[in-house]
Design a protein around this ligand. Sequence first.
Ligand code: C2O
Ligand code: CU
Length: 648
Amino acid sequence: MSVQGACATARLPVRHLHLKLSGWRAIRAAIFTLGAGAIHLTVMPQHFQEYPPFGVFFLLSGLAQVGLAAALLFSTGSLTAIVGAAANLAVVTLWLVSRTVGLPIGDDPWRPETIGVADAAATILELMAAWNLVRLARRPEQPRRAGIRFRIRPVVALVPGLLLVIVGVGAGTQGMPASVNMSAPISVGQAAIPVESLHAAPGAEPLRSFTLVAEPVQIGGQTSWTFNGIVPGPELRVSQGDRLRVTLVNHLPASTTIHWHGVRVSNAEDGVAGVTQDAVPPGATYSYEFVARDAGTFWYHSHQDTANQLTRGLFGALVVQPLQGPVADRDYALVFHEFPGHPIIGPGLQGLAGYIGQAFSGQRVAVNGTTGDLRMQASPGERIRLRLIGALEGEQYGPLMMVAEPLELVAVGTCYQIVAIDGGDLNSPQCIGPERLRLGIGQRYDLSFVMPAAGTVRILDPRGHESVTIGSGPAPTVRDLKSLSLFDPLGYGQPAAVPVLGHGIDVTYQVVLGEEGGIRNFQPELIHTINGKAAPMGTTYLVRQGEVVRLRIVNETAEFHTMHLHGHVLTVLDRDGGAPHGSPLHLDSLLVSPHDTWDVAFVADNPGLWMFHCHVLVHAAIGMSAMISYPGVTTRYELGSRSGNQPE
Ligand code: C2O
Ligand code: CU
């Protein structure tokens, strides 16, 4: 196995230059160092955009590694080996610090960075290079003349390193854009409409002022992020037609916002970081103002780094009471949420670690901050309205715990009406017995019932997580909850005219929910897509003011997705070929079951740049988010790592 003959001619000039090639160990060290350098140079442009000094660092360290690799190929001295090992280990140390305590400089000082595929590959290569160099320094190899004899073992030893280089450089090109602007296109002759101009006009509505202080608080031995020190945040209860002025004071160590989920606010008040505002930095204050046009059950939550911040506790109920109509004797809002301070579930390697942690610790579910049995007061004969708010991603299961099965609830002890879903009143809801009610994250169900003459009414979770007991006295008998039938909103209540459909559909858009494995933001992910595209480079649907827009939502995945549209109300037209045969349904959060197809329509009557995303927060964080935008509306905000705005 010799290629000496073939090299005979090539050897001559090399010998003439008195160059000698190093041995195999040095060659391995050189190739591993070169690979790490190549990865650093691949990720360099993105770092330049985010924070130029880091870009310079990656440029210099990449070039230094290339230079070191060249030196190693031709020098066999132990000094080169020692310097090379030290240089590689220094880079590894810096990486370790940046991933554990964080670096004192940068756009986000002292905040540990997440571990990605590219930097992990570079680090392993540096360690492998350093290992070879340390060995080399202790036992220098005989220099050899150019024209190395081919031997299989040393070449095989290169393979893992070469694979790491391919993976690392490949992942290094899959960074996220450092800045994305969500402005809608402007047609010729059209005037730009800045998002800021789309705010509530001043008016004489009764003013209700609230202050929400976002602050970390110790709850149950863990640090939660709260509004006003409690999880959920304070319940905001106003009357239809009130003008809300909410001051957000940020005492968190991170920037944040507030989004008014389900409320048809003006676009400038929507609270989406990077689209309608910059996330409010630590120490700063921001004020939202809008008129509560619609009565109903809503909620509010952070829309910055949402998958993390909402899970940590930044949410609360928002109830808008109708001006007329039957009033309940007692009206309770019940927020179902994860126990505050839950380990962060997110995308990528950290997310995986979070899921594994959760699989061992078990998911903890709470109602209005209480785990176990929450007790609410009520007397026999009183009419009760319960506003159930889903703030829980669902129970995770499946291969990577990626499937979030929505929360199920059963009301026992009385017959009840479901009087509203997502704030939209249902027409002639009949009194029904216990059924399993699915409550996807973002959805709201309003129940109305009369307390029995004796005993309690209970809300139970068939999976046994939590319960709510209303009233006092003997508890109702409970049958096998899991075998109860599932409530279907499409066949409940009585049909009625749907004015939205009056003049027919102007435009139909496909919304295909899909997923594919890949690398995104340097992380291995099950990327979640809408029409094959992942946020922030996702689909933008352009709608014109006054149009009736139909969305055909096709779920090609085996997961549940709660599709939520900001600023508008979706009227259900069809599910899997069947139109609703009960009350019309006007929703803002659609629970789309695996492989379901839904047709919904909305009137484009609220100009702006609006998010349309899956409310399973981890799905949105790994791409399942789109925009519904009105042509001409522009934003001066941007999202991405340069601004730090990250709405998902
Ligand atoms: Cu509950 Cu995009 O929001
Ligand atoms: Cu989803």
